[in-house]
Design a protein around this ligand. Structure first.
Ligand SMILES: [Zn+2]
Length: 144
């Protein structure tokens, strides 16, 4: 490993991405927040599930939840929240409340192209969507 930092990237299953986008639309004009489930292997973070965090609160410019109320689960890889207005970039508050390995932020109008992934240092990570919506096959891969 010679101290070289592992390059991270994120892939989100198609139906999970669709759930994220519709959740953000429902929450609009407030922020929506969800916990991402999946796994991480050699820098590739795969997201294949979602959890609605208990006791989450959200308003037009904040979304959060007490991490200690989450049921213990080793498959949490990060969280996703929406920015109903403004850029899909992490705010200082977002970075201070970083959870897991990746923070996904969805900007308005909540489409594939308005989704960005960030690491705890506020650096953008490559994000792709995998899986055919009908079959779940992995051959349909779209890089955002
Ligand atoms: Zn935010």
């Amino acid at each position: 490993m010679f101290g070289k930092k592992l390059e991270r990237s994120v892939e989100v299953r198609r139906d999970v991405m669709d759930s994220i986008l519709s959740y953000c639309r429902i929450k609009h004009p407030n922020e929506g927040v969800l916990v991402l489930k999946g796994r991480s292997k050699r820098g590739l973070i795969t997201v294949d599930g979602l959890v609605i965090p208990p006791f989450s609160e959200s308003g037009p410019s904040f979304a959060g939840f007490p991490h200690s109320f989450l049921p213990f689960d080793l498959s949490y890889v990060g969280m996703v929240h929406s920015h109903p207005s403004g850029p899909a970039e992490p705010s200082l508050t977002d970075l201070h409340n970083f959870f897991g390995l990746v923070s996904v932020i969805v900007g308005f109008p909540y489409e594939d192209g308005s989704v960005y992934a960030w690491d705890s240092g506020g650096r953008r990570l490559p994000l792709s969507i995998y899986g055919d919506p009908a079959t779940g096959a992995r051959d349909l891969r779209k890089t955002l």
